[in-house]
Write a protein that binds this ligand. Structure first.
Ligand SMILES: NC(=O)c1ccc[n+]([C@@H]2O[C@H](COP(=O)([O-])OP(=O)(O)OC[C@H]3O[C@@H](n4cnc5c(N)ncnc54)[C@H](O)[C@@H]3O)[C@@H](O)[C@H]2O)c1
Length: 371
């Protein structure tokens, strides 16, 4: 039976542009989707980059004007994987043209911008998705199910972080992640830590932040130096609505760390520990185990942790980063057909609000309520 088509326009063809294409191409082969997905047009900043991406990523058309995607009535869905400061203008233009918008995190430079984008999408009735792909990991879903089912008892404490070292070298050039409009470690990767904290433990109500710039200037790529005004690491103490306490850290100068999107959850009956560097494993401690036999047990991802089994029938063989993007795409495409949106602009706005409240708390040196 022929399915209706969703024709896709992609803006930006770097790390995330490619990951979106992996998602769009593997999701229909793994999941039963309500639409056929067509890679229609790809945009990047020069005609050469756009043409290169068209050929390698498999799009029908390429353009150096992202507006061509927004203006084209044939295109149904716009993926935005361009630098943060461009998310707002591109999203608003796509929404105004009636397109569904899949935008990378952080949703916008400021929560005020994210609010404008959210209200525009809701008024227009288009479906949105923000790229918080780590939440698509079946082991995070398992952790949440265990917490919600009470297997850990009452949750007392949470520790989360997202630490990498891609900005640890002071000789690394100033880039879009240093742009005061939407940049900084807390917005860039601390946002993932915040999304995971709320995914697992529910709403955060109060924060006490500490955001620090450790590398004050960087080469500007033109022989000069450029001041860095954003944080290299942002930490926060947290209070959850449930009464649990916690902390998160976003840190891009964590020498030696490549993908430490980690968490630990402590409850009255048990605990969980997880590291994204080994993300097919969840460690579970059950306080009811016999004395002398207690310890964290290792749960290997397998077909019992949906949707792992759709990728691979054998446990322990592991799924990968791009598979998380396929799961994200599948959830979003189902939402376009009427299912609830897994992580829409309103949820992206919530994360941006948390980021800004932590930054303000750090500047003011006091606990703040999250509005
Ligand atoms: N969800 C995740 O896990 C994750 C991981 C990395 C990055 N991101 C997000 O994805 C976005 C892109 O990050 P990246 O690492 O892919 O960056 P990148 O530098 O690898 O890619 C950015 C791309 O956008 C293109 N671009 C810049 N200006 C443009 C314009 N005006 N029109 C069209 N294309 C333009 C660049 O040429 C480049 O191809 C950022 O918002 C970032 O925060 C998300």
């Amino acid at each position: 039976m022929t399915k209706p088509r969703l024709r896709i326009g992609l803006i930006g063809t770097g790390f995330m542009g490619k990951a979106h294409v992996f998602g769009f191409t593997s999701a229909p082969r793994v999941f039963e989707l309500p639409y056929d997905l067509e890679l229609h047009t790809v945009a990047d900043i020069t005609p050469e980059a756009a043409e290169r991406a068209r050929v390698t990523l498999g799009f029908a058309h390429g353009t150096a004007r992202w507006q061509d995607i927004v203006e084209n009535p044939e295109i149904d869905l716009v993926s935005i994987t361009a630098p943060n400061a461009l998310h707002k203008e591109m999203s608003l233009a796509a929404i105004a043209a009636g397109k569904h918008v899949y935008c990378e995190k952080p949703l916008a430079p400021l929560a005020q911008d994210a609010l404008e984008m959210t209200l525009a999408a809701e008024a227009k009735g288009v479906k949105t998705q923000v790229g918080f792909n780590y939440l698509c990991n079946p082991m995070l879903q398992t952790a949440r199910e265990m917490i919600v089912a009470g297997e850990l008892g009452e949750i007392r404490g949470y520790r989360g972080l997202h630490a990498e070292d891609y900005m640890a070298d002071p000789a690394g050039p100033w880039g879009f992640r240093h742009d005061p409009a939407g940049g900084g470690a807390l917005a860039d990767i601390g946002s993932h830590a915040l999304a995971t904290a709320e995914f697992l433990c529910g709403p955060i109500t109060r924060v006490m932040g500490d955001c620090v710039t450790m590398i004050a200037e960087r080469p500007d790529g033109k022989g000069g130096r450029k001041k860095v005004e954003v944080d290299d690491l942002g930490r926060a103490f947290l209070r959850f609505a449930s009464g649990a306490t916690g902390s998160i850290e976003g840190n891009w100068i964590a020498t030696g760390r490549k993908m430490q999107h980690d968490f630990e959850v402590y409850g009255t009956k048990g605990a969980l520990a997880f590291s994204q560097e080994h993300f097919n494993v969840l460690h579970y401690f059950n306080a009811a185990d016999a004395k002398g036999r207690q310890g964290f047990r290792r749960i290997e991802a397998g077909p019992d942790h949906a949707p792992y089994g759709l990728f691979c029938v054998a446990a322990g063989h592991q799924i990968g980063f791009n598979d998380l993007k396929a799961i994200e795409v599948a959830g979003y495409v189902n939402a376009i057909a009427g299912a609830p949106e897994p992580f829409n602009f309103r949820k992206g706005l919530r994360i941006q609000t948390l980021v800004e409240t932590i930054q303000t708390s750090s500047r003011e040196g006091r606990w703040l309520e999250v509005k």
